[in-house]
Design a protein around this ligand. Structure first.
Ligand code: ATP
Ligand code: MG
Length: 396
């Protein structure tokens, strides 16, 4: 099974590109599910399926064409299925602070719940071998990063917080129950949490395996959008995911000759050059701005033809290695990047704002550093077979 994850800044065209990819894959004969991981679902709208009708649906995969299913997770149903105990408890606590039942229920939907539900499904479909490819249409960057970092975060909570909380609760429950009005959570609450963890177990391995999961970043040819795309790239690398393509959507086509757009065209050309330099050796594909909204199966098919031409299979694994990875070894930060066929003497290294720039001959690789490492400076570099390992330490 393959998982293709589409991420990018708000409004750049993620849903359209993810849906169009689903169309192409299904035409190639793959059993394909396009799943919306965005709480503000717009996948069914993209296929022009009559919003109200679809949104009231069960949240199960819905067959919309040969080999093609779409799914918008219905969070209310997921709560009933998996989280009745947990949200029930949170609701009761919130109600004691004076909120109405409805308000409390609404507040008890905590951030990340949608993403968690989606992960459970991905895990389930993999086990049941239901689909050949799952295309994930993600929410804007920040939320999709939360999606990929959830397994690690949850594991940490499971290890440190919940176990501790459970022990503390055992001791204090008799007192709390007597004091009221806030009740201590019942034991089943913890049982519920535990079974939840089991359902997403192994998902991090799926996400980090480049043979299974590829991240595709959708962007527009604008500076502000590019900055966010670069940050997203860094964080996906940080979480061990493999980004294998950058898709620049809404590029002004050549047939627009109106002088009004000249400035825009110049900007776009410059930004596309910058994108190619920054993300090299990743392939950068472009999609033109259409003269109409991209909507419905036919509209999406047109987009997929423009994006993939007539012979590209989007499920193909084109990159089996991560662009770079971060690690802490003996208290020292390290960046590791694959650099086959280079000699140490050829390598130049310097820091530019929050980027590490690696030069080999006339080639340059920009490595964005995550916030926690942005203030560090490179100290030494060594080659371990074809891996360049750069040590970083604080400047002071
Ligand atoms: N190449 C294009 N040419 C013309 N219109 C486009 C193109 N790509 C996307 N659109 C239109 O732009 C709008 C936004 O696209 P879409 O919903 O795919 O963006 P998104 O990144 O998923 O947004 P959000 O961040 O809100 O989820 C839609 O109306 C879509 O039809
Ligand atoms: Mg969207």
């Amino acid at each position: 099974m393959r998982i293709l994850l589409f991420s990018g800044k708000g409004g750049v065209g993620k849903t359209s590109v993810a849906a169009a990819t689903g169309v192409r894959l299904s035409q190639l004969g793959y059993k394909t599910l396009v799943m919306s991981v965005d709480p503000a679902h717009s996948l069914a709208d993209s296929f022009d399926l009559g919003g109200a009708l679809f949104h009231g649906s069960t949240g199960d995969p819905k067959s919309i064409h040969d080999n093609l299913w779409i799914q918008e997770v219905n969070i209310q149903r997921e709560i009933k299925r998996h989280w009745s105990e947990i949200t029930g408890y949170i609701t009761s606590v919130l109600k004691t602070s004076g909120l109405s039942e409805v308000e409390a229920e609404e507040m008890a939907i905590f951030p990340g719940m949608e993403e968690l539900s989606a992960m459970m499904y991905v895990n389930q479909y993999r086990a049941e071998k239901q689909f050949d490819v799952i295309v994930l249409d993600c929410a804007p960057t920040a939320e999709s990063l939360r999606f990929v970092s959830l397994p690690t975060t949850l594991e940490w909570y499971a290890k440190h917080v919940f176990k501790l909380q459970r022990r503390v609760m055992k001791a204090v429950r008799p007192i709390v129950n007597r004091l009221g009005p806030i009740e201590a959570p019942p034991d089943s609450y913890f049982g519920n949490l535990q079974s939840l963890f089991q359902k997403i177990q192994g998902i991090d391995t799926l996400l980090e395996d480049p043979q299974i999961t590829s991240v595709r970043l959708v962007t527009n040819a604008e500076k502000m959008v590019l900055r966010e795309t670069q940050r997203a790239f860094v964080y996906f690398c940080l979480h061990g995911l493999t980004v294998d393509q950058v898709i620049v959507n809404r590029v002004l086509p050549d047939q627009i000759t109106d002088p009004f757009f000249e400035g825009w065209r110049k900007t776009q050309r410059g930004v596309i050059r910058e994108i190619e330099a920054y993300f090299a050796p990743l392939p950068v594909s472009t999609v033109p701005l259409f003269n109409h909204e991209v909507l419905g199966y036919e509209g999406l098919r047109e987009l997929s033809d423009r994006l993939y031409g007539f012979d590209v299979d989007p499920a193909q694994v084109t990159r089996a290695e991560k662009s770079y990875s971060f690690a802490v070894v003996d208290g020292q930060y390290e960046v590791r990047l694959r650099m086959p066929f280079v000699q140490k003497a050829e390598i130049g290294l310097f820091k530019k704002a929050d980027e590490l720039v690696v030069e080999v001959g006339t080639n340059r690789r920009h490595i964005g550093l995550p916030t926690s490492m942005a203030a560090l400076v490179p100290t030494k570099a060594r080659l371990e077979q074809d891996m360049l390992v750069i040590g970083l330490r604080s400047a002071t």
